[in-house]
Design a protein around this ligand. Structure first.
Ligand SMILES: CC(C)(COP(=O)(O)OP(=O)(O)OC[C@H]1O[C@@H](n2cnc3c(N)ncnc32)[C@H](O)[C@@H]1OP(=O)(O)O)[C@@H](O)C(=O)NCCC(=O)NCCS
Length: 170
């Protein structure tokens, strides 16, 4: 039988986490966010909520979102390459969705590269569907962004889906 995924220890991101986050960011993205982007999100943006996931006290994943009344926007999710495919991305996504719900969101959206099938599969598993395409959204290679969306987060159908998926994770 397959072993259950290891529990990712998730806590709010702090300024002290930024060096580790930047290291993972550089490994995961072709156009990594600079230090001040994370700094501003943590210190200036009241709508922003960022988290770090640790295994054995080592940061291996992070994610963030904005919550504006009933709308949430996932801004980033990443797992260090050597820790991918261990359900840590999934645990981080569940945490972000639950944070959004706890802060009153009913709808949640994000953008993802058209070529990023791994991330799209993760989001689809959690009920996100593609609602539109932003042509040439990514300036490094002019790649399109798919806009994905999920909701109603507070509805019975979504709550049941989330509960069933979470049970599979524990
Ligand atoms: C996308 C990302 C966060 C997924 O995290 P992860 O921890 O590797 O993924 P998980 O092990 O939690 O997988 C959860 C689900 O995602 C999907 N998935 C993850 N990696 C996949 C892959 N390489 N190919 C296909 N599907 C994949 C599957 O549906 C999987 O569920 P399953 O195991 O039941 O099949 C990770 O690949 C990553 O950090 N990529 C680089 C950064 C990035 O692209 N971030 C998203 C920006 S929008």
């Amino acid at each position: 039988m397959k072993a259950p995924p290891r529990h990712l220890d998730i806590s709010p991101m702090t300024l002290e986490d930024i060096p580790d986050v930047l290291r993972i960011e550089a490994q995961c993205f072709t156009t990594p966010w600079p230090r001040n982007a994370f700094q501003n999100e943590l210190t200036d943006n009241k709508l922003a909520h960022y988290f770090v996931g640790r295994i054995d006290d080592q940061p291996v994943a992070y994610g963030g979102l904005w919550v504006i009344l009933e709308d949430a926007h996932i801004t980033t999710v990443a797992v260090a390459p050597e820790h991918q495919r261990k359900h840590f991305g999934e645990q981080m996504l569940v945490h972000l969705i639950e944070e959004a719900i706890a802060r009153g969101a009913r709808w949640i959206t994000l953008e993802v590269r058209e070529s990023n099938i791994a991330a799209q599969n993760l989001y689809k598993k959690y009920g996100f569907t593609v609602v539109s395409t932003r042509r040439g959204y990514y300036s490094d290679n002019d790649e399109n962004a798919l806009v994905m969306w999920a909701g109603n987060l507070k509805g019975e159908i979504y709550q049941n889906r989330l509960k069933a998926l979470k049970e599979g994770l524990c």
